[in-house]
Design a protein around this ligand. Structure first.
Ligand code: FAD
Length: 426
């Protein structure tokens, strides 16, 4: 093995952050290949950037994304609770074009043809590819709850689970709610995007209500049997800080919505009426992945080869982030999507150079949740590829969980957010 190959393999596990020493790296096949990255969220934007970095800026990378700017779901609960603005969670894509030479097409992909190796854009253009990186995020399965699609269209219920206009609309509904009103958030059965996200949202909304409308209530209607992440930490914070304000109901699976009366119907329990309804339905891989026939895990998620994140249903389409059927104990998080992107980018560059890919990638996850405006908790984990099981397995003893919430962790959480935004986009 020559030096540059050895160097590449040594660094191609995710989490690597420096990329020097690839000067003899560019090969003719790599320079000619066209790599289309679909979706400029945590997975796609990171992949586009690292494909350029890992190839010493020789790979031909085009990023296709309909949004003008990157909108972050992490920290969006602060916008819902009126403590930050949309500008605080919005970043430009400029760094990717200016610093990394990535071509950006502002459009969405309407179809992928894995046989012809072409991608069709909504504007009608057709692009051919050698490799696709697809990170389309989630689809919300509005039809899984009777009446939800209509209620959401009318703005009677909101999801705000994709950062964007609904994030701000949800805050406006909360701000307009009377003191003594009820804010209800419903959580679908796992797996869904960001396991602790709904509990963080409930905490920050309660924080807002405690200050501005203390007679109000937050109801958490959870289809799961218990809190899916950081359960003891959330329960402790709620008991200490929001006693009588937050009420948690496990095993409450929403079956229907009555938009006229703002009432949720459950499979078993009594109906619940609320003033502000934040209904999170079941989720699946982003629509384009399903439409392309990649979602071969229960028709919802995309199975991938974890060594290079290639979809098992289609060659040369590498799928990242929330859209995949994750390995056991691997959360659907932005941090994890960023890690997938680095493993996939390293493998794609190796493949295009006809080099062996890293046979033992390691990825990690860190996830902070705020329990009030100034205090947060974290959970961290490390996941190692297991060649026999062909999946990532969490490494026993690695990672950890906060013993309690603290202001220090809150400052780490903001540090994490600014760092990952920079790692993804700058
Ligand atoms: C309230 C909340 C809080 C969260 N907090 C955290 C946190 O603290 N830490 C953390 O790590 N994670 C957090 N997450 C989870 C995180 O946001 C997701 O896991 C992450 O965004 C997944 O990245 P992705 O690339 O799979 O999808 P996204 O980041 O959603 O990116 C998908 C992109 O694809 C684009 N797209 C979709 N379809 C097409 C198409 N057909 N053509 C072109 N483009 C397309 C979309 O416009 C979008 O930009 C949170 C989520 C929520 C909702």
């Amino acid at each position: 093995m020559n030096n540059s190959r050895r160097h590449f393999l040594a660094h191609s596990a995710a989490g690597l952050s420096l990329l020097g020493g690839f000067s003899s790296f560019a090969q003719a096949s790599l320079g000619k290949a066209q790599i289309l990255v679909i979706g400029g969220g945590f997975g796609g934007a990171t992949a586009a950037k690292y494909l350029r970095l890992f190839s010493n800026n020789t790979a031909n990378v085009i990023l296709i994304e309909p949004n003008a700017s990157f909108l972050s779901c992490p920290m969006s609960n602060f916008v819902v609770a009126g403590m930050r603005t949309m500008a605080d969670i919005t970043s430009p894509y400029e760094g990717l074009t200016k610093h990394h030479g990535i071509k950006l097409i502002r459009d969405s992909v309407s179809a992928i043809d894995p046989d012809k190796k072409t991608v069709k854009l909504s504007s009608g253009s057709v692009l051919s590819y050698d490799k696709v990186v697809l990170s389309p995020g989630i689809s919300l399965m509005m039809n899984s709850i009777e009446g939800l699609a209509k209620a959401n269209q009318a703005g009677v219920t909101l999801q705000a689970w994709k950062a964007g206009p609904e994030t701000l609309m949800l805050y406006k509904q909360l701000a307009a709610m009377r003191d003594g009103g009820v804010f209800a958030i419903s959580i679908p059965e796992a797996p869904y995007r960001c396991p602790p996200g709904p509990y963080e949202r409930a905490s920050l909304v309660a924080n807002y209500l405690k200050q501005h409308k203390p007679k109000s209530k937050v109801l958490i209607l959870d289809a799961n049997q218990d809190i899916t992440s950081k359960g003891a930490l959330f329960k402790k914070a709620w008991a200490e800080q929001y006693s009588g304000l937050i009420e948690y109901f496990p095993s409450h699976n929403v079956a229907g919505v009555d938009a006229k009366t703002k009432t949720l119907r459950f499979e078993v329990q009594d109906d619940v009426r609320a003033d502000v309804l934040n209904v999170l339905p079941a989720m699946s891989a982003g629509e384009i992945a399903i439409k392309t026939g990649l979602a071969n895990a229960n028709g919802r998620w995309v199975n991938v080869d974890f060594l290079n994140f290639e979809a098992t249903a289609a060659k040369d389409i590498h799928v990242l982030g929330d859209a995949i059927q994750t390995a056991p104990l691997m959360p659907k998080s932005g941090h994890m999507a960023n890690q997938h992107a680095k493993v996939a980018a390293a493998a794609i560059i190796a493949q295009l150079n006809d080099w062996p890919i890293n046979p033992a990638p390691v990825v990690n996850n860190t996830c902070y949740s705020f329990v009030n405006e100034h205090a947060a908790v974290h959970v961290a984990s490390v996941h190692q590829y297991d060649a026999q099981a062909k999946t990532f397995k969490s490494v026993p003893g690695a990672g950890g969980l906060s013993s309690e919430s603290s202001n220090t962790e809150a400052s780490y959480a903001w540090g994490w957010a600014h760092n990952i935004w920079a790692d993804t986009l700058a």
